[in-house]
Design a protein around this ligand. Structure first.
Ligand SMILES: Nc1nc2c(ncn2[C@@H]2O[C@H](COP(=O)(O)OP(=O)(O)OP(=O)(O)O)[C@@H](O)[C@H]2O)c(=O)[nH]1
Ligand SMILES: O=C([O-])CC(=O)C(=O)O
Ligand SMILES: [Mn+2]
Length: 624
């Protein structure tokens, strides 16, 4: 039977008409196959109408995946206590013939497909299937990629309406031309709290060949929201094949002197400051997690893949994050996940106001001192608890940049991670290659609660993207290096480190100091200030930072603080180069210039040590 005929039998008339309006036999076949396989009781097809979106919102409440909070338009969603973060161990890239790729969890494609299909057979019996259409990137633009999501979780569909641009009309417009991504998700069997039950059978499999991702027995957004980190694996591959960049980066506007607007991207691993940076007062946010960068007439132009924020809520407080705080306390549409709720109000760790001693949270009924099965005390909210909200509600969102079908010109690209003792707070690369290799490709960061497993372990994480990598690292880096060469004017590359500590473990910087680093980088993009040349790149001059600290934060910045933060730590830097080189030596197919650039940096550090010792004050380089 033809797919459309099968669909006519599977769907009620109204839903069938919505599908039939899209002229795509490929889509019809995909839908017919999967609806027959998943066996939902009911199917709902979402168009771009407000009515259909409203239906999904309501179903999330009706099925108990979300509950209303006191403030209108606010809801709370819980994931299973053991389903609070991305599950790296059970996420795999499917590759034909059991091919392996370094640093990537791979699985034989046939085996993986067989396994996941088995797990999904009839999994939606008794449930409703939502079929949703979205696009990645701004609509009708050089960045746009259409995607269809099948899910039995109204929470997942609801989250996607907040986070992505609607795509039903785009599917209709493109018809057979659409080269679309597909996502098939089922939360699986649910427990009485409406959280996924069969976590031992949690699987997330990415099929690059069919550009399809399957996810089952999980609800946590990072494992389930197709257009977010699942699509990301697919776009990384497309980008490498087509010569552009798909990155784990925020996109923001830094406001320079006399109304000058300069756009920056920043790649930091999960829970390492992308949202906090893009949301910093004084500047404007375009995106906080995923950016596409295309070469357009010799210029790097970037666009936010998304239109909303799935942000970490722990630590959001009125002083450090006034804008997020304000939005979270206004009656706009927000899903809070895995927070503490008491009398209809959400609470989270380190929110800077008193938190009740009991309520409901990700562990069920909660009271202070409650322990989990492992004997660990359960905090009020999970460390990876999040809020989901559209960017349009943020007073600091640069909506023009967000919707620009040509994206915005990127002036600077920043790399950073959790690094207690090696990199200075901010520095600028000598050039594209130097930045890509010694900053991006050499990124290391301590692990966080955004993934299941141990926290605080220093880990190699090139471009903050390793968790999502879907191609050989060598091919990825070669594409990066070539990308810069295609440009008339390549963005300047910078590295930041917000997480330096002293011997006692205290932070060397305040959370808002990044505002100063951003202003300095903006000036550097336009050559407005000089800098000090060191073996690892250019660092700011004390006088410039002193002035900026005063102007931006109204703070005195002492020579002692500067010297401590910007000391060039030669032993740590050399040890890092050794670690990174060793990693890349073990891989085949790494661009040769990576080793040259690392070797040059090592030589500069050794020469400096010869002259000035292990720990070199920035004032020494300034005088040299
Ligand atoms: N010490 C310190 N902590 C910071 C700083 N900036 C951000 N953080 C902390 O870093 C954590 C997460 O930061 P986010 O900005 O939400 O992380 P993200 O990079 O957007 O993460 P994902 O959404 O997981 O990709 C929060 O717990 C912040 O409190 C800083 O300058 N200093
Ligand atoms: O994908 C997620 O779960 C949230 C996120 O941004 C990340 O972990 O980088
Ligand atoms: Mn992220």
């Amino acid at each position: 039977m033809e797919p459309l005929e099968r669909l006519e039998k599977l769907l009620d008339k109204e839903q069938f008409e919505k599908i039939k309006a899209i002229d795509s036999p490929e889509l019809h076949a995909f839908l017919a196959d999967w609806i027959e396989w998943l066996e939902p009781d009911k199917v709902f097809v979402c168009t771009d109408s407000e009515e259909d979106e409203q239906y999904v919102r309501w179903k999330a409440l009706y099925y108990g995946e979300e509950k209303m909070l006191e403030t209108p338009n606010h809801t709370v969603h819980y994931d299973n206590y053991y389903d609070q973060a991305r599950d790296k161990a059970n996420t795999a890239i499917l590759l034909p013939g059991g091919k392996k790729l370094p640093y990537i969890n791979t699985k034989d494609r046939d085996e993986g497909l067989k396994e996941i299909r088995e797990l999904m057979r009839g999994v939606m019996k008794g449930k409703e299937l939502f079929i949703c259409f979205f696009v990645l990137g701004p609509k009708n633009s050089i960045f746009t990629i259409p995607a269809v999501q099948l899910t039995d979780s109204a929470y997942v569909a609801h989250s996607e309406f907040i986070l992505y641009r609607k795509g039903y009309e785009e599917f209709k417009r493109l018809g057979r031309q659409a080269k679309f991504f597909r996502f098939v998700h089922s939360a699986g069997e649910l427990d009485e709290r409406k959280t996924s039950k069969n976590l031992d059978k949690r699987r997330i499999y990415i099929d690059l060949e069919d550009e399809t991702v399957y996810s089952v027995n999980t609800q946590y957004g990072g494992n389930t929201i197709g257009l977010k980190k699942l699509a990301f694996r697919l776009t990384i591959k497309r980008a490498v094949e087509e010569g552009w960049l798909s990155e784990h980066m925020f996109l923001m506007r830094v406001n320079g002197p006399h109304g000058r607007k300069t756009y920056f991207t920043g790649a930091y691993p999960s829970m390492c400051g992308k949202t906090s940076t893009a949301m910093i007062p004084w500047e404007n946010i375009v995106g906080d997690d995923l950016t596409f960068i295309l070469p357009v007439n010799g210029v790097a132009r970037g666009a936010n893949v998304e239109k909303g924020v799935f942000g970490i809520i722990q630590g959001v407080n009125p002083e450090d994050d006034p804008i997020i705080w304000q939005v979270l306390h206004s009656p706009v549409e927000i899903i809070f996940s895995n927070v503490l709720v008491k009398d209809g109000k959400p609470y989270w760790n380190d929110m800077g106001v008193p938190i009740p001693d009991e309520g409901e949270n990700h562990s069920g009924k909660w009271w202070r001192g409650k322990k989990d099965k492992e004997g660990n005390e359960i905090p009020p909210s999970h460390k990876n608890a999040r809020f989901t909200v559209s960017l349009e509600h943020f007073p600091n969102a640069d909506l023009e940049a967000l919707e620009n079908p040509c994206g915005v010109e990127i002036g600077g690209m920043i790399f950073g991670g959790r690094d207690a003792d090696t990199w200075p707070p901010v520095r600028e690369a000598f050039d594209w290659e130097h930045g890509v290799i010694t900053m991006g490709a050499s990124l290391e960061s301590e692990t966080t609660a955004a993934t299941l497993g141990k926290e605080g372990v220093r880990a190699f994480n090139p471009m903050a993207i390793l968790d999502f990598m879907s191609v050989h690292l060598g091919d990825y880096l070669r594409n990066y290096l070539e990308f810069g060469r295609k440009l008339r004017k390549s963005p300047k590359i910078f590295a930041v480190n917000y997480f330096l500590r002293d011997e006692k473990g205290n932070w060397l910087n305040h959370k808002l100091d990044k505002a100063v680093w951003l202003k300095w980088m903006e000036l550097r993009v336009h050559g407005d200030v000089d800098a000090i040349e060191t073996p690892i790149g250019y660092i700011p001059k004390y006088e410039d930072l002193k002035r900026l600290f005063k102007e931006v934060l109204n703070k005195e910045y002492t020579r002692e603080a500067y010297e401590r933060q910007f000391t060039i730590r030669v032993p740590e830097l050399l040890a890092k180069i050794d670690r990174i080189e060793e990693i890349y030596r073990k891989l085949d197919n790494v661009p040769e210039e990576l080793f040259q650039v690392l070797e040059e940096e090592r030589k500069r550090l050794l020469e400096a040590r010869e002259k000035y010792g292990d720990y070199i004050s920035p004032f020494i380089f300034e005088g040299a």
